[in-house]
Design a protein around this ligand. Sequence first.
Ligand code: ZN
Length: 77
Amino acid sequence: MALCRCQICGVKKSRSKKNYVTTVDPIGYPNAAVICGIAKCTNPAKVWLDDNDLIDYQNGLRLFGKTVTSMVKIGVV
Ligand SMILES: [Zn+2]
């Protein structure tokens, strides 16, 4: 499941069971509408991909929305 975090907040390994391996830019980054998911942070977010997301990305997937609620979709370049 892709996460949206700014480069400052990042993804803390101790808080995540997933292995986030890389980041990709949302379309329009850093002027994109995707904002860091950490409370009180308003920085533009990158999209953090785990192992499975990276395989999807390498196979051409550019729309990530596999969240628990599927309420957010994130376009990436
Ligand atoms: Zn942040």
